[in-house]
Design a protein around this ligand. Structure first.
Ligand code: ZN
Length: 667
């Protein structure tokens, strides 16, 4: 599970905990890299890298290489034409001198390619709608011909015809979710009913179940039967996984301890065989590895992009522990049982013993696959419920990415436009970043881990609404406790007023400002956005004076009159969402999502978009990675690793495509 960035973080003079440890190098660091369409590219710093030992730096380097080699996999998972399209566009891009066209035409083409890189394919990374080039097919065909670029003609309708593969992952009611999704988790001609029947027939109901389907594509064979193509060395995506395995083996040489060696060994074996039992063993070993400073995720992980929520999307994030900030989340984690016992949920849905909630803050050192360029700000893994129950889970927040967001957003005018008055702006400027961090910590460290399912309730019971409900549950848990005196007592917030910054921000975002990410007339589809609107809309609908939306000079603003009352509403909704989860009450989940989470108030949406447009901001952010510069001795051993922070967005993607692109165009 992952936590995505809440909003376009705004506000001049935001107070961020990380600022204090920064010195004058701050001014020199360029956080803003590029901006196009609704996207902004930032750069993240890797503070404390120099405090690592040479061995840890060597380990980071090898894991970073293992991360980069998986990039093609995600392109192919996102759509079976993506690699062909990316390669044709890159080839053309590098033959500019052979193409006769205006600068304007070229700029439009360059923007398209930059967008393809950002989305790891041709569908918007967030809305999942296909984006169309602003140049037409005739221009593209002529340019490729002039430049001598060969391509598969099958990509043309996929690129240019809006009716072909319009949606990457659809969650729309009443349609064949598999057939109507462009994602490549199912081969051509496979229907939802066939895929579901296959999963049902192969489901593992043992106490330590294998996650059947996690690492495979379902296809139809010549006889029309459903068959599994497993992601492994020698199988589907084997050409990329070979390189991943090579670098994992290199990493073994620099592992910090035996537990970490076991993690890496299990992951290698899993990649080599595709054996899901090894994947379970890897997950368990990974959860147990708490002492290593360096850690990583590498593999088929989150299932949001599979319309049936089974198959993992490839991602990697290499990181190391931020020692100071980890103390903060450790405190929350140490109090997990107190949070569980004092929440508003029915005692029968509470865990008698909350265990294994570990908490740490990390510094990202390499992002790849589904974590790049757009990235989550926190992760909570593994995803298998039985492992979480038996062995616990690891939950992290990523401070250096949050810090980059905050730095890049300073003074952009967002809060001046959307927050109702100076009073709330002042509170937000003072405590907003702190509340954001804390809410993320609570969500990840105690939110997801709280509560239990009633006996016999399946983890799949809420079906297509499971992600939205689960994210709402974790968010509400965090929101409820953000206002608790316990946080002040623990020294996590400075006073009893500070939480208001978080409450106002969450409510404003869910009711209004997150709509800047939605195109006019569209519904909300993404699970995290649905969750935020669900919470805000439900509370608003059930409010009795606690808050209101007021109009001033034709603009609407959220006004919160009673923050304690808002907390009561969060508590009530938390109890209900926990009940739905614990009971596996699908009809109630569906009703809740459909009533509050999906539909958008059209008039308000229009107004928000107009106000937002005037600010000229990009709602989505992504990152470029640092470049790892390795020095070796004559024996070929790594003697030093340094990070370079000067590479641009285009240069980085062209380099990745040149140096880390092992997959054939058709897989
Ligand atoms: Zn979450």
């Amino acid at each position: 599970m992952r936590k995505q960035v809440l909003i376009i973080l705004a506000a001049a003079g935001i107070l961020c905990g990380c600022q204090q440890k920064k010195t004058c190098t701050e001014q020199a660091f360029q956080y803003n890299v590029d901006k196009f369409y609704d996207l902004e590219i930032l750069r993240y710093d890797v503070p404390e890298f120099d405090s690592l030992s040479l061995q840890q730096k060597q380990l980071l380097y090898c894991l970073s290489e293992a991360a980069l080699w998986g990039r093609d996999i995600l392109f192919d998972q996102n759509g079976r034409y993506n690699l062909r399209i990316r390669r044709a566009c890159e080839a053309l891009y590098q033959q500019k001198d052979k193409v006769q066209c205006t600068d304007q035409d070229w700029a439009v083409f360059e923007k398209y390619l930059k967008r393809v890189w950002f989305s790891n394919g041709i569908h918007h990374h967030y809305s999942e709608d296909k984006f169309l080039p602003e140049f037409d097919q005739a221009w593209f065909v002529a340019a490729c011909e002039a430049a001598g670029v060969e391509y598969d003609a099958a990509i043309l309708p996929v690129m240019f015809d809006p009716a072909v593969m319009p949606k990457r992952t659809t969650a729309q009611d009443g349609v064949d979710l598999v057939a109507c999704s462009a994602g490549n988790y199912y081969g051509e001609g496979v229907t939802q009913a066939e895929a579901e029947a296959w999963y049902a027939a192969h489901k593992d109901n043992s106490p330590e179940p294998l996650w059947i389907g996690l690492n495979s594509q379902l296809v139809k064979n010549e006889k029309g039967e459903i068959e599994e193509r497993v992601y492994k060395v020698g199988g589907l995506y084997g050409e990329a996984l070979e390189h991943v395995v090579y670098w994992l083996k290199e990493a073994l040489r620099y592992a910090e301890n035996d537990q970490q060696r076991e993690v890496i060994n299990k992951l290698i074996a899993f990649n080599e065989t595709g054996d899901l039992k090894l994947f379970n063993e890897y997950c368990i070993a990974w959860v147990k590895d708490l002492d290593s400073r360096v850690d990583f995720v590498n593999g088929f992980t989150e299932t949001y992009s599979d319309p049936l929520g089974i198959t993992g999307t490839w991602e990697s994030m290499v990181n190391f522990k931020d020692l100071a900030a980890t103390k903060r989340t450790q405190l929350i984690s140490d109090n997990a049982q107190w949070f569980e016992d004092h929440s508003t949920t029915d005692p029968k849905y509470k865990k008698e013993e909350v265990k294994g909630v570990t908490a740490k803050v990390i510094t990202a050192a390499m992002l790849a696959g589904d974590c790049y360029p757009a990235t989550p700000i926190g992760i909570n893994l593994p995803n298998a419920n039985w492992i979480r129950k038996e062995y616990g889970s690891k939950s992290v927040t990523i401070d250096n990415l949050m810090h980059a967001y905050n730095e890049a957003a300073k003074g952009n005018g967002f809060n001046e436009e959307f927050m109702i008055d100076d009073e709330i702006r002042a509170i937000y400027n003072q405590y907003g970043a702190q509340c954001g961090d804390l809410h993320t910590d609570l969500h990840e460290c105690v939110g997801h881990g709280s509560g239990k399912l009633m006996p016999g309730v399946s983890k799949d019971a809420l079906k297509e609404h499971a992600s939205t409900i689960e994210e709402a549950r974790a968010d509400l848990f965090g929101l409820y406790y953000l206002a608790d005196p316990k946080l002040v007592e623990l020294g996590l917030l400075p006073n009893a007023e500070a939480y208001k910054a978080g409450y106002y921000q969450q409510m404003m975002n869910g009711l209004m400002t997150q709509l800047v990410r939605i195109e006019p007339g569209k519904d909300i589809e993404e699970a995290h956005m649905r969750n935020r609107q669900l919470i805000a809309n439900w509370c608003y609908a059930h409010a009795n004076g606690e808050m209101e939306i007021i109009e001033r000079d034709g603009k609407h603003y959220l006004q919160i009159n009673d923050y304690e009352g808002v907390r009561r509403l969060y508590g009530e909704l938390l109890a209900e969402i926990q009940r739905i989860t614990s009971e596996g009450d699908y009809p109630a989940a569906k009703e809740m999502v459909e009533t509050y989470a999906v539909k958008v108030n059209q008039d308000l949406h229009k107004e928000i978009l107009e106000r937002y447009k005037k600010l000229n901001l990009a709602p989505y952010k992504g990152f470029v990675n640092p470049v790892y510069c390795v020095e070796r001795n004559e024996a070929g051993e790594i003697t030093d690793v340094k990070l370079d922070f000067t590479e641009g967005y285009i240069e980085q993607h062209l380099r990745y495509s040149r140096d880390y692109s092992p997959l054939p165009s058709i897989n």
